[in-house]
Design a protein around this ligand. Structure first.
Ligand SMILES: Nc1ncnc2c1ncn2[C@@H]1O[C@H](COP(=O)(O)OP(=O)(O)OP(=O)(O)O)[C@@H](O)[C@H]1O
Length: 218
């Protein structure tokens, strides 16, 4: 469950300040899948960063799965971040590591044991069963993004924040990636918040919201 109450965040804009998020309140129930849309610069990435505990708002309260993260110190935030998965437009895979090691990277960083079987099972589910020993540069964009999904999900997050996860892919690959992402999040009861510029993709998620004038509009 995500509960944001009266979140305000200002950014410097020329000589003054601009409210990127302006008294924003929003709630998302557990395991819901939500598409977050909005014009360029409307604050979508900013909002994801706040949910990820990477950015503190100027005002407002943030309650995520019963944790009031706006009250957390740096150590508590670091622990909180381990429960969050993130997927990016530019996959951010580590090129010297194999696909298998990239997949396990986040979970291992967080001290979670990931067996070869866990990795193989996830790879198979994502159609990457024969790519485990390959390196990121040997993969297509869609395959690299699927490795990014595996990396996030093997860490068993409660919430998955996806920032334009299909932004680099053609429409066929985008559709494939979205279907896998939604199916896996449903199976694992993961809360999915996905930023997208594509109306066609957004329409496939059970809930769509728009960030406009610093607030969420249903
Ligand atoms: N580090 C920063 N310092 C100052 N202003 C920033 C910073 N990061 C973002 N901004 C500003 O905050 C606003 C919101 O940016 P954000 O990246 O959240 O928008 P967005 O909706 O994700 O945009 P896009 O769809 O283009 O990715 C923009 O006006 C941006 O210029």
């Amino acid at each position: 469950m995500i509960q944001l109450d009266k979140i305000t965040l200002r950014r410097r804009d020329g000589a003054g300040y601009r409210h990127v998020l302006d008294n924003l309140s929003w709630s998302v129930s557990g395991a819901q899948q939500v598409a977050l849309t909005g014009e360029s610069g409307s604050g979508k990435t900013t909002l994801l960063n706040i949910l990820a505990g990477l950015l503190s708002p100027d005002a407002g309260t943030i309650c995520i799965n019963e944790q009031f993260i706006h009250t957390y110190n740096a150590t508590q935030l670091a622990l909180y971040r381990r429960t969050i998965g993130m997927i990016f437009q530019h996959y951010q895979l580590l090129s010297p590591l194999s696909v298998a090691d990239n997949m396990a990277f986040q979970a291992r960083l967080n001290g979670r044991a990931v067996s070869r079987e866990d990795i193989a099972l996830m790879a198979k589910r994502l159609g990457l069963g024969d790519k485990l020993d390959a390196f990121p540069t040997q993969l297509s964009g869609g395959e690299q993004q699927r490795v990014g999904i595996a990396r996030a999900l093997l860490n068993q997050p409660r919430i998955l924040l996806a920032d334009e996860p299909t932004g680099n892919l053609d429409s066929e690959r985008s559709q494939e990636v979205l279907e896998l992402l939604m199916a896996l999040c449903k199976e694992q009861q993961v809360n999915l918040i996905m930023v997208t510029h594509s109306r066609a993709l957004a329409a496939q998620l059970p809930r769509q919201v728009e960030l406009r004038d610093g607030r969420i509009h249903e």
